[in-house]
Write a protein that binds this ligand. Structure first.
Ligand SMILES: [Ca+2]
Ligand SMILES: [Ca+2]
Length: 70
C-alpha cells in the first residue's frame, strides 16, 4: 500500500500546470527531470495509456493512485 500523501506530492510534481491531470507531455518532462531522457512522446503516451482507466488520455489522481496500488 502506497502512502497517499507521498502519492499526492508526486502527482502534483508531475502535474506541471496544476490542472489536476497528468498528460503524456507532463509525464515525459517529469521523467526527463529525473534523468531519464530516453522517454519519447510515443513511450510517454503508451505509459499514460496503460494507466488511463477512462480513456481520456490523461491521468487523474485516482488513476495514478490505482496504478500505485496495483
Ligand atoms: Ca496537467
Ligand atoms: Ca483518465
Amino acid at each position: 500500500m502506497a502512502d497517499i500523501e507521498a502519492a499526492r506530492k508526486e502527482f502534483q510534481r508531475i502535474d506541471a500546470d496544476g490542472d489536476g491531470f497528468i498528460t503524456a507531455a507532463e509525464f515525459k518532462s517529469a521523467l526527463a527531470q529525473g534523468g531519464d531522457w530516453n522517454v519519447t512522446d510515443t513511450v510517454a503516451e503508451a505509459i499514460i495509456g496503460s494507466r488511463d482507466l477512462n480513456g481520456d488520455k490523461v491521468l487523474s489522481f485516482d488513476e495514478f493512485w490505482t496504478y500505485l496500488n496495483k
